[in-house]
Design a binder for this molecule. Structure first.
Ligand code: URA
Length: 265
């Protein structure tokens, strides 16, 4: 037990940490970090682009409306690197405080297909990249079956991948409508700057956030227009891991995607 804390207080502290998204103890024994000698200064990192300058009159400060602040920050970004910096600097979403990393994107910017998922899970939070856990490995196998990959060098066979939320929700809970609305301006600008021909909306969350409609089992496989381009709702690979029988429909959707790519080549 921690010094001076009774069982109930210690348990409340632990529950609070779990609410913030802590899912594991890092070491076997507790470390009192106040007693450690001062750390050596970290080596200098290569300069990252600064967050964009918000035009005067568009208040993005702490008291600002979170959606207005997100829109101002996202719209001021002239390129993807600056958008990533603006997202990392955005301070209105509580999820950021419990996350290890801001998960921006993976794959090749400029790819003809951009996949939009829900939010990082544990593995994504640790690695700082979207779709790198079990569901991500299935996603890679699915798209490899139609000759598309996030590490392909040519835009023709490449994928670009992001999520509606860049921070892991505690215990992988579903993102709230408020969180999605807050981060949507970044996703909209992300799509604008990446400029894909087609979007894949992976699961219920991106459909609700972008189309304003849920019910992925009815939406899947039906092309819609979203963010100024054709978009295909598909069931999430995490659902396919739980429901292998749905893989047959997912395969039909992949073929539809491949055909659409050829059509608009
Ligand atoms: N599920 C998602 O929707 N996105 C990820 O990055 C990982 C799992």
């Amino acid at each position: 037990m921690l010094d001076g804390l009774d069982h109930h207080a210690a348990r409340a502290l632990l529950e609070w940490q779990m609410e913030l998204g802590a899912t594991e103890a890092i070491g076997e024994t507790p470390v009192n970090r106040y007693d450690l000698p001062a750390a050596a200064p970290a080596p200098a990192l290569p300069a990252a682009p600064a967050a964009p300058v918000i035009p005067a009159g568009e208040d993005a400060g702490v008291g600002a409306d979170p959606v207005v602040a997100a829109r101002a920050a996202a719209q001021a970004a002239p390129d993807l690197a600056t958008l990533a910096a603006a997202l990392a600097a955005y301070d209105h979403c509580e999820l950021k405080r419990g996350a290890r990393n801001t998960v921006f994107a993976d794959g090749r910017p400029g790819a003809r297909i951009m996949i939009i998922g829900e939010a990082p899970g544990r593995d994504e939070d640790i690695q700082g990249l979207p779709f790198v856990g079990r569901a991500g490995r299935l996603l890679d196998r699915m798209f490899a079956a139609i000759d598309l990959a996030r590490d392909a060098v040519d835009a023709e066979s490449a994928l670009y991948i992001t999520n509606i939320l860049p921070w892991r929700p505690p215990e992988n809970r579903r993102p709230t409508a408020e969180e999605c609305a807050m981060l949507l301006p970044f996703v909209e600008r992300h799509v604008e700057l990446a400029g894909p021909d087609l979007l894949v909306l992976m699961g219920n969350t991106p459909c609700s956030a972008i189309l304003g409609r849920g019910g992925i089992t009815r939406l899947r496989g039906n092309w819609v227009e979203a963010l100024d381009r054709p978009a295909l709702p598909m069931v999430h690979p995490a659902y396919l891991l739980r429901t292998p029988a749905a893989k047959r429909e997912a395969w039909a959707d992949l073929l539809s995607l491949k055909a659409r790519l050829k059509e608009i080549a």
